[in-house]
Design a protein around this ligand. Structure first.
Ligand code: FAD
Length: 451
């Protein structure tokens, strides 16, 4: 959209219940996310800035924005809180960024099923507080849950705290339905059931403007945080696997290599050079965890109820581990992978021998198709794309499945293949290809955006 096109700007200004943000510094800020964790993406995305940012307050305003963008062929990129790591919310071809933060109501709660219907711009921290009065909580949370939106998590995230029990967002049973606005001549608000929602789940907002979501929730529990200190890294894996296959409730299970622990906030400092296992379980699980620690002859510390802790472990896990490493040294970046089943330590050992302390290990317990599995988010010292690719190849050769955080597309950061259903949904709900262009490999970008 040409910035001097006053006629167009005027059209947006005239939309009822639409905030139009025109300050250049705000537009710049709201065109960015946390892609700077990747030096590769930083180079590609630093110049990508929207022409305009808008914030709709109701469905009519959303439809009107979609209609104007359709009429003038302007790219439209959706934004929750902009905490994504792969430039998901960055407008590659300029145009309009639409921030959904004013869509923040809990619309319905079903006491029989525990399903919640919530607007897409609701912050997950706020949503959890609202759910508390029904005795429920979100099953899955990214470590950015305080500031990130539920719509951004579904459209751009994958899993996190809770994945040890509930797997990933795209696993059947987590998302039960959604409502989304199309972008065509006459934009419509459509309702999707669980099956119809699948192509919009984790599609980076390329095939529909999600206005609300129907999600399964869990019974609210008082999660207790604990730390296990262990000198041998291989043993940390054995202990975590024992815990994830025991009859206890877990919300979180992570391993941090001692060199990572040393860079974490002071309260988590390593006891005489030990690696740490971080666990969240219920009061009822503590005795069993203590017993398992006794059998492995390792030290166990109960920190207390997570919600009451000044320093909770929720903020040193998942990609918050990388955040803390980067706050010490911006040359740290990271990778994401599922480790090979039962060969986790072989892979880690090989990489340790070859790459030494250039690759430090951070593991997360997850459930994959119902079975316990270990994921890893190792932090890496940046030494160029060639070295990064060699590390990725080493991991792949040894059986890891990589979710590459240094690429821009849905497919590149996910399963690596085009999902025909996502493309079909785009054809139906965004036939001109205006939603977040450049992020879906299965959709060819025409010359329409002049790039
Ligand atoms: C320190 C750190 C830790 C993190 N930890 C995790 C983690 O544990 N797990 C995890 O999965 N992610 C994690 N992330 C990534 C990110 O924080 C989460 O995925 C978060 O849920 C994204 O929400 P958001 O509101 O910031 O979305 P945004 O970044 O604003 O958007 C994400 C994507 O969703 C699209 N989108 C947003 N709203 C809509 C809508 N209404 N309709 C359609 N599309 C929409 C955007 O276009 C974009 O493609 C982390 C990031 C950081 C920086």
């Amino acid at each position: 959209m040409p910035s001097n096109n006053l006629e167009l700007l005027d059209k947006f200004r005239k939309v009822n219940n639409l905030e139009v943000i025109e300050s250049q510094s705000d537009i710049k800020r709201l065109s960015k996310d946390f892609y700077n964790y990747s030096p590769i993406l930083t180079e590609k995305l630093n110049g990508c800035i929207a022409d305009l940012v808008v914030r709709p307050g109701d469905h009519n305003a959303v439809k009107k924005v979609a209609e104007i963008c359709w009429q003038f062929g302007i790219p439209l990129t959706l934004r929750g809180s902009g905490t994504g790591n792969y430039g998901q919310a960055v407008p590659l071809f300029k145009g309009v960024v639409m921030q959904m933060s004013r869509f923040n109501n809990l619309e319905d709660f079903d006491r029989d099923t525990g399903f919640v219907k919530v607007q897409s711009g609701c912050l997950m921290g706020d949503l959890n507080k609202k759910l508390e009065k029904y005795g429920r909580e979100l099953r899955l949370l990214p470590s950015t849950w305080k500031t990130a939106t539920i719509g951004g998590f579904i459209a751009g995230g994958s899993g996190g705290i809770g994945s040890v029990r509930w797997g990933f967002l795209r696993d059947p049973g987590n998302l039960l339905g959604l409502e989304a606005v199309t972008i065509n001549k006459k934009p419509e608000l459509l309702k999707f059931d669980a099956e119809e929602s699948e192509p919009l789940n984790h599609a980076y907002g390329t095939n529909g403007i999600i206005t609300s979501l129907l999600l399964a929730t869990d019974i609210k529990r008082r999660w207790h945080s604990m730390v296990i200190d262990c000198i041998e890294f291989e043993k940390t894996i054995e202990i975590l696997k024992t815990l994830t296959s025991s009859a206890i409730d877990l919300k979180l299970g992570a391993i941090l290599e001692k060199e990572i622990v040393d860079q974490m906030p002071i309260w988590l400092k390593s006891k005489s050079g030990s690696h740490k296992i971080l666990i969240q379980s219920t009061l009822g699980g503590i005795k069993t965890i203590e017993l398992i620690c006794k059998k492995f002859n390792v030290e166990f510390t109960l920190l207390g109820e997570e919600e009451k802790l000044v320093n909770g472990i929720s903020e040193v896990v998942w990609n918050h581990t990388t955040l803390h490493m980067r706050s010490r040294d911006k040359n740290w970046t990271y990778l994401q992978m599922l480790l090979p089943l039962n060969n986790e330590f072989e892979l880690i050992n090989f990489l340790r021998k070859k790459w030494g302390k250039k690759v430090l290990w951070h593991l997360e317990a997850v459930s994959q198709q119902g079975s316990p599995r270990l994921a890893a988010l190792p932090v890496l010292k940046w030494n160029g794309a060639e070295e990064l690719n060699e590390i990725i190849e080493d991991c792949q050769k040894l059986g890891a499945f990589i979710f590459n955080p240094h690429v821009l597309t849905v497919e590149g950061g996910g399963l690596g293949v085009v999902d025909a259903d996502q493309v079909k949904a785009k054809l139906k709900f965004d036939p001109k290809g205006l939603l977040n262009p450049g992020k879906l490999e299965g959709w060819l970008i025409k010359e329409q955006f002049n790039i």
